[in-house]
Design a protein around this ligand. Structure first.
Ligand code: C5P
Length: 294
């Protein structure tokens, strides 16, 4: 059996980090959106005399063995839902930049769960995949759900939101890497005041109104990410990208997740002109659209 699928990247339109919990994770309030920048996965699965999982990719940056989150997804699905032995092989054709705050690894893990569930109909209900997804990583449940959603808890509690109104999302990244765990640690090290909480609340309400009324400019003007204050000082090229996106005419721009990718919300008419302005050696620029729930 073989299945080929596309797995979309995500951006966080809003990301407010709350208190650090006893389990070491932080409570979040995040508005997540899948975008049309895809990895392509080929998942093969055959009966075998012993269980074997193989993950390969076209990227030097990714581990191939059990450290790869796609391997972990295949292993969890196998152990939870399959009886007997199978050889599962996954090829990841990476297009989503790695370690960029775009959820590339989470998208691949969600894609493996989705593909195996389709290849073995009746073994698991769609809802039964969510606990596995949450065990794999905080963003994996959203990558399974896709579309536009509010994420709470450590990111795994999802509620649907109205879709992001028609627009383009220009994403740019330079060769700067941010570890998510380090970004959270840097956030914890900064002082946080009431002003910040009040600003986040105002933006959150206005952003949700923008989604409800289908107004992309209102969404773009109210983007918010708690990570910007802690990540920009150590990722100056990401900060520069944000400035350039705004100077070039993006309606709003924001660090995605813990970075170092930055996205700008643009009109369809302006997106390619803005992307062209951003292009320079050592920088990758993508023009995407919102990817709807499927
Ligand atoms: O869940 P995931 O494996 O993606 O998280 C990576 C790291 O990011 C965690 O080990 C934790 O340090 C941090 N994290 C957090 N709070 C969250 C999500 C992630 O502190 N809500």
């Amino acid at each position: 059996m073989e299945m080929k699928i596309k797995t979309p990247a995500k951006v966080n339109l809003f990301l407010e980090i709350g208190a650090r919990r006893e389990d070491g994770y932080h409570d979040l309030r995040s508005v997540m959106q899948t975008v049309s920048l895809f990895d392509r996965l080929t998942v093969r699965c055959n009966k075998s005399v012993r269980t074997k999982i193989l993950v390969r990719s076209n990227s030097f940056f990714l581990p191939t063995g059990e450290k790869n989150i796609a391997f972990q997804a295949a292993s969890l699905f196998h152990d939870r839902f399959l009886s007997g032995h199978y050889e599962i092989s996954v090829f990841l054709e990476k297009h989503i930049p790695v370690c960029a705050g775009l959820g590339g690894g989470s998208a691949d893990a969600a894609g493996v769960l989705y593909a195996l569930n389709r290849m073995f109909p009746g073994k698991a209900k769609q809802e039964e995949l969510y606990p596995l997804a949450a065990a794999l990583g905080s963003d994996v449940p959203f990558c399974l759900k896709k579309g536009t959603a509010l994420a709470n808890g450590r990111g795994e509690k999802l509620s649907p939101l109205p879709p992001l109104p028609s627009c383009r999302i220009v994403i740019a990244i330079e060769n700067e890497r941010v570890s998510t765990a380090a970004a959270y640690a840097a956030f914890d090290a900064l002082p946080h005041g009431e002003e910040e909480t009040a600003l986040a609340e105002t933006r959150y309400r206005a952003l949700l109104r923008g989604l409800e009324t289908g107004d992309p400019a209102a969404v773009a003007k109210n983007l918010y990410n708690s990570f910007e204050a802690s990540v920009f000082p150590s990722a100056p090229r990401a900060k520069r990208i944000k400035e350039e996106l705004l100077e070039a005419g993006a309606l709003g721009a924001l660090l995605s997740g813990s970075g170092a990718a930055v996205f700008g919300i643009c009109s369809a008419e302006d997106a390619h002109r803005i992307a062209d302005k951003l292009k320079k050696p050592g920088r990758r620029v993508f023009v995407c659209a919102p990817e709807e729930e499927i």
